[in-house]
Design a protein. Sequence first.
Length: 276
Amino acid sequence: MRIDAHQHYWDIDRFTYPWMPPGESVLRRNYLPKDLEPMLEASRFDGSVVVQANTILEETWWLLELAARTPSIRGVVGWVDLTAADVGQVLDECGRHGKFCGVRHIVHDEPDVRWLLREDVLEGLRELARRGIPYDLLLRPPHLALLPELADRVPGLRMVIDHIAKPLIAEKGMEPWARDMEIASQIPGMHCKVSGMVTEARHDGWTADDLRPYVQHVLGLFPVDRLMFGSDWPVCKLAASWKEVLAAFTQACGPVPQPLREKLLGETAVQFYGLK
């Protein structure tokens, strides 16, 4: 099964998205399944995992309702307030929806760089671990150094690093990202999404060669059954189309045997998120 492991839908008529820069007109419209499905079908993808774009519970319920009536949505990674006293009850309510498959918070927008290690956050993450619910880590390079301690303090938490932790591709910066990613890759069960890179490159002039050092580094650290492709559509449209993202991913990976390529393009996501 081929799965785009990371994309978004949003309805700007219903929700506001505070992170969206005022000038980014390409994103200031609704993006719904009918906009993505033709591209998935043309490239023989069976569906996608839709990931939260807003830190409000109302969006999570909307995405789950959308998934219930949309076969191409194979899973939903939603947002919940990990610091709330009733987080366990909210997770159980989410879990009653068959396509709920994970939780994400926009960690890199938190003023406290050590937000992940706050005790109230750790308590929420322990509720995820108790239920076997995966957690998407939306980070930037300074957060990677926190992951060994996070893994120690929340044993059993299933984690995936989104967007290879957003290295400084436009500046061609490798360190300390490369070293900290190597350490993170040694955490048992840690996964990584090879996604979101084109928007970290120069929007008006990137090539697959700009992405290749970062992709090759990650490929050398993680086995393919812990790596997955994600388009980050429609955010990727700031720099590239969905098809261009897939082509750049393929070129940056280089020659990969077909069975391993299928893991990257979907099988890992199916296993990690428990998709059907």
